[in-house]
Design a protein around this ligand. Structure first.
Ligand code: SAH
Length: 360
């Protein structure tokens, strides 16, 4: 938030009502402003021409509706777009827009940088800069939609939202859930919770908490290793919440699943590190021992200097998947997107990728 000014994009409809009435304005003004920000996806008061000029000026003195500024926009040969923003306090925020045939996916960030030290992820190298606010989370989605389709233009297809950008969403739980609540409002962005997935490296208490939230997003959990020994090395957070505790929490979370809902485990495939036949068997046994009705997404490692790993070959990934299947665990191979512009999983580190920067 800018000194003394409140970011209205981070307020729920109810909070916005309170703010507007504190200015001595009637409630319908709050509805107009909410519709302006979230329904019409406007990023300044000047564009809200349905508000009297004096009101726009009064609003501008105390508040604002956009705080992120675009620094660079990168376009991949596969159509993926990566946005690098700066917050008002000059910290990097990255968002990825991934068009697919029948739907789009927006991958948003929950933190600037990340405090976790997963050895295969480039974001780790930034360290934690700070948590993002609900407003900064919502702004990412508004901006990406406007860039892809035009300001306020009705979306041609559905969008999946994934909290898999920079940061650990469950270490910024309150603002994350608030952002999702704001985006759900029907006269705003009208995101269906069923289209939202948040991914965690395994913050166990928040997995329990998420289970209690009505209309919650889907859960994905990053595993990366089938044993504590290897996971301690790849994802040091495992020393705090080891696999038994993590999978017990996942088992408890299962109680909150809807009939057709599955939770997802993500498994980044690192050549010669975690992709052997034996490790596929260990992974299947681990999930079966906890009796989890989950699916496993196998993500070939997205390499980036100076990460010390190579992606597993496609044959290796496929064999790994077949071993999981032979033991009754459903595995899916994820196709990497946006690798050429450092937009793929684990590549967000506010880097520029010269030559492909496209500014609008
Ligand atoms: N902190 C959260 C969300 C961000 S990471 C989490 O850990 O789940 C999103 C996904 O990308 C995770 O499953 C993570 O394991 C994976 N990932 C990280 N670095 C990667 C890389 N270099 N290549 C492929 N996947 C990676």
């Amino acid at each position: 938030m800018e000194i003394g000014r409140v970011n209205l994009t981070g307020l729920t409809g109810e909070e916005l009502n309170g703010f507007v009435s504190s200015l001595g304005q009637p409630a319908y003004r709050a509805r107009q402003i909410f519709a302006g920000i979230h329904g019409r996806r406007l990023r300044s008061f000047d564009e809200m021409t349905d508000l009297p000029k004096e009101l726009r000026a009064a609003l501008g003195e105390r508040s604002l509706v956009s705080t992120l500024t675009l620094e660079s926009r990168y376009l991949s040969t596969d159509g993926t777009r990566r946005y690098l923003f700066k917050t008002h306090d000059h910290l990097p925020v990255e968002t990825v827009f991934i068009p697919e045939e029948r739907r789009d996916t927006i991958c948003f960030s929950s933190q600037s940088g990340c405090p976790l030290q997963c050895t295969f992820c480039l974001t780790a190298q930034l360290g934690l800069l700070r948590n993002l606010t609900a407003g900064e989370i919502v702004e990412q989605i508004i901006f990406a939609w406007n860039d892809a389709y035009g300001v306020g233009v009705k979306l041609p297809r559905g969008t999946n939202l994934v909290g898999m950008g920079a940061g650990e969403p469950f270490l910024n739980f309150e603002e994350l859930m608030k952002g999702i609540r704001i985006m759900k409002e029907p006269d705003g962005l009208h995101i269906v919770p069923n289209r939202v997935t948040v991914s965690t490296a395994g913050i166990v208490p928040r997995i329990h908490e998420l289970a209690t939230i009505p209309d919650r997003p889907h859960l994905a959990v990053s595993l990366a290793a089938p044993t504590d020994e290897l996971r301690n090395e790849l994802m040091p957070i495992n020393k705090k919440w080891p696999l038994e505790e993590l999978l017990s929490a996942c088992k408890a979370f299962e109680m909150s699943l809807k009939p057709n809902e599955r939770m997802t485990f993500e498994y980044v495939m690192l050549a010669g590190v975690n992709d052997a036949d034996e490790q596929a068997r260990q992974l299947a046994n681990l999930l079966n021992r906890h009796d989890l009705r989950a699916k496993v997404n196998l993500i070939p490692h997205n390499p980036a200097e100076p990460l010390p790993y190579q992606p597993s070959s496609m044959e290796r990934v496929e064999t790994f998947r077949e071993i999981l299947e032979s033991k009754g665990v459903h595995g899916f191979v994820r196709r990497p997107r946006g690798r050429d512009i450092l937009a793929a999983c684990g590549q967000l580190a506010a880097r520029s990728t010269p030559g492909r920067a496209v500014m609008s």
